[in-house]
Design a protein around this ligand. Structure first.
Ligand code: COA
Ligand code: ZN
Length: 318
């Protein structure tokens, strides 16, 4: 059994903001390009440095992200920024290669039915196309994070065995991926399945960096992060305000919330480089644009030591 040491307190944890991609893709009303750029810039200004900004997908499949090139051209890139975008196929890789990107997040599902729904082709066909995708991206000097959807369960097929996840991770490693990202598309991950998937990958693809991408559909997203930390994983995706969800997966809801994740990590003694108050400000800006309350909890409650004026709370008088 291949195990790793837990991440020790004081370590730097990478929080990758995916709201502008995973979050916006699930919004029906078009968010103006300038607003997308403003939100991404506010997120960078809070100290976040890793961001998945958009997708190079079919504008018919996801009209919300049809402005990928314009958004990427418009955002600020603070010192140390690491900007990524999602790519499902060769056409997407060719578009990405014309943009300023540090890395691309490719996508294939661990389950056959979700891959058919999401990218309209069998898993094996997606993997075969990856060779050309990697070639185009490498030639453009763009890194590759091998994304895997439904890695902890599929809303159409149920259980996804860790061996299947490990097999795809191994294919990504052979293609030359810098990392593999395990996506919990509909929040089916549990601490037990997270541990099993990580250990199976370490066995099958030793040395391949693992990233974790949880959705909070069943309320255990942050518990899964704690398991990831115990297993030595230092990279987590999250979406501002808890936005997110795949339009092609039944029952998909938001990612784990960036403010809640940053709060948990900071209160647990990890370094994130993020100013939580500024991040809450960026979440408010996002919520204002979306026009409905977002699920994030720290957005509502504020940081732990936020002080309330006693004069503004009623006193119980018997
Ligand atoms: N960007 C822009 N347009 C694209 C494209 C891309 N990456 N890939 C394909 N297209 C266009 C083609 O040019 C073609 O256009 P045309 O009809 O005007 O000639 C059309 O889309 C159909 O191409 P085809 O290769 O047959 O695609 P498809 O219909 O089998 O769809 C995907 C495949 C991958 C493009 C589509 O399923 C998709 O975009 N999925 C993304 C899903 C997603 O974002 N999920 C959430 C994130 S996990
Ligand atoms: Zn997701």
């Amino acid at each position: 059994m291949t195990t790793a040491s837990p991440v020790t307190e004081g370590s730097r944890i990478t929080v990758c903001e995916v709201g502008p991609r995973d979050g916006f893709q699930n919004e029906k009303t078009f968010i103006p390009t300038a607003k997308k750029i403003e939100i991404a810039n506010a997120l960078f200004a809070s100290g976040l440095r890793h961001m998945q900004v958009t997708s190079f997908v079919s504008p018919r499949a996801v009209p919300q992200l049809a402005d990928a090139e314009e958004v990427l051209a418009g955002i600020d890139r603070p010192e140390g920024a690491w900007v990524t975008a999602l790519v499902p196929n060769l056409r997407g890789a060719e578009r990405a290669a014309t943009c300023k990107l540090d890395a691309v997040h490719t996508v294939v599902s661990a389950s056959e039915t979700h891959n058919l729904k999401n990218v309209n082709r069998p898993v094996e066909q997606s993997l075969e196309e990856m060779a050309a995708v990697f070639e185009v991206l490498k030639a453009a000097g763009i890194g590759v994070e091998g994304g895997m959807a439904t890695a902890f369960g599929c809303p159409f097929e149920g259980v996804v065995p860790p061996e299947q996840v490990a097999r795809i991770a191994r294919r990504y490693q052979e293609l030359g991926a810098d990392s593999v990202s395990l996506g919990d598309t509909t929040g089916m991950a549990t601490p037990q399945t997270v541990r099993a998937a990580i250990r199976a990958i370490r066995e099958a693809a030793p040395g391949l960096e693992i990233h974790l991408h949880f959705h909070n559909t069943r309320g255990v997203g942050l518990a899964c992060v704690m398991t990831g930390l115990a297993e030595g994983v230092t990279h987590y995706d999250a979406a501002v305000g808890g936005l997110g969800g795949c339009p092609f997966a039944a029952g998909a809801t938001g990612n784990i919330c960036t403010e809640d994740l940053v709060y948990l990590l900071q209160e647990s003694g990890y370094e994130t480089g993020v100013d939580l108050d500024a991040l809450i400000g960026a979440a408010r800006l996002t919520q204002g644009q979306i026009g409905r309350p977002l699920p994030g909890q720290v957005l509502k409650a504020g940081p732990r030591l936020k002080r309330h004026d006693p004069k503004l709370t009623v006193t119980a008088a018997g």
